[in-house]
Design a protein. Structure first.
Length: 349
């Protein structure tokens, strides 16, 4: 990894750090830092193939999405109790507060846990307890998006949905949407047409990962077959000019994750990232951290990396944070409140 771009000026760095922002693409299991992973392994008597935190961290050298997913699913095996999910989520909220993330829409993958015999109610309860506590204590705004693993059959997504639906009333304040993640290539959106149709009928917001490693056709099919409202990643949309024009016209949000793209070799160098080109083409792009414990940084680290490598201006950075609030699934009055806070921040700085 080389970079020949100049370091960020100190005033731009502190401007970015203080910007109010929303995170719309974050896998809670991807916030499990090696230190907590080790502590939970010890508490739950799970054997790890690494002797130290440093050894584990050194294994975070990925060649593609699958090489990451193998480690990520293995790491999630230390999560066993409600308290484990609670501590992981509380730790992520701490990072949000330091990075001035005002609102987060958080993915979780129940199948990663139910496959190991952990009840779906344990997963919901631990995540929700931390989010509700942060809302009550600090006014931290959040929502959860239950995601299906696309490497598994659609039938198993239906089973997961049926297991989760009895909990809907209990988590109506948080559970707003359905997502689709895991290994993209060879698992096209059309595989999940029926279960997404059911989720749509149930009134959930819909999103899907597409165009991360998969081709632009997967982005188009996620829109046309799954009827998603946002695309997670979507960076490969740039290969199809017709799709680009459509995304710009419809202002379909793309939740882009720069450090993730670098770590998973979607781009070779941050200076080659297409985020600025997507923004200039009129797409509603946002910056997000994806799996920050694995990819080297939370929200501000992602903003700082692209600001430096792509030499983004204040206007471009503010546009990206504005997009994050506009693309959120918050009620309109909440969006307006956060956009006003952003305006106030810009006037004061
Ligand atoms: N699950 C966690 N992170 C992911 C990513 N970047 N792409 C697909 N599935 C994921
Ligand atoms: Zn993701």
């Amino acid at each position: 990894m080389t970079t020949s771009t100049p370091a960020l000026a100190a005033d731009l760095k502190s401007f970015i750090e203080g910007l109010p922002k929303a995170e719309l693409h974050l896998h809670i299991e991807g916030t499990l830092e090696p230190e907590l992973l080790f502590a939970l392994a010890q508490r739950n008597q799970v054997q790890l193939p690494y002797a130290t935190v440093e050894e584990l961290r050194a294994a975070y050298a990925f060649s593609d999405l699958q090489s990451f997913l193998d480690l990520y699913y293995a790491g999630a095996a230390v999560l066993q109790t409600e308290q484990d999910f609670y501590e992981m989520t509380a730790s992520y909220i701490g990072h949000c507060r330091s990075d001035n993330v005002r609102h987060a829409e958080i993915f979780f993958d129940p199948q990663t846990h139910t496959e190991r015999g952990i009840g779906i109610e344990i997963v919901f309860a631990g995540i929700a307890r931390a989010l509700r506590e942060a809302r009550d204590a600090h006014g931290f705004s959040s929502a959860i998006i239950m995601s299906f693993l696309r490497h598994l059959p659609e039938e198993e997504a239906f089973i997961t949905l049926e297991a989760a639906l009895p909990l809907r009333d209990q988590y109506r304040d948080l559970w707003i949407g359905i997502g689709l993640d895991s290994a993209e290539r060879g698992n096209p959106p059309e595989k999940f047409t029926n279960v997404f149709a059911r989720c749509r009928q149930l009134g959930f917001h819909l999103v899907a990962h597409a165009g991360e490693e998969g081709p632009p056709e997967y982005v188009r099919d996620a829109l046309d077959m799954l009827h998603v409202e946002r695309i997670d990643h979507g960076v490969r949309s740039e290969e199809d000019p017709v799709l680009m024009a459509r995304l710009a016209k419809q202002r379909t949000p793309l939740t882009v994750c720069p450090l993730s793209n670098l770590k998973l070799c979607v781009v070779n160098d941050m200076t080659e990232h297409n985020l600025a080109r997507l923004l200039h083409a009129g797409l509603a792009v946002t910056i997000n951290s994806d799996d920050p414990a694995y990819f080297g940084g939370y929200m501000n680290a992602n903003y700082l990396a692209v600001a430096e490598s792509l030499q983004l201006s204040r206007t471009e950075l503010v546009k990206l944070t504005r997009n994050s609030f506009e693309a959120s699934f918050l009620p309109i009055a909440e969006k307006q409140r956060l956009l006003l806070e952003l305006d106030g921040y810009c006037m004061a700085h």
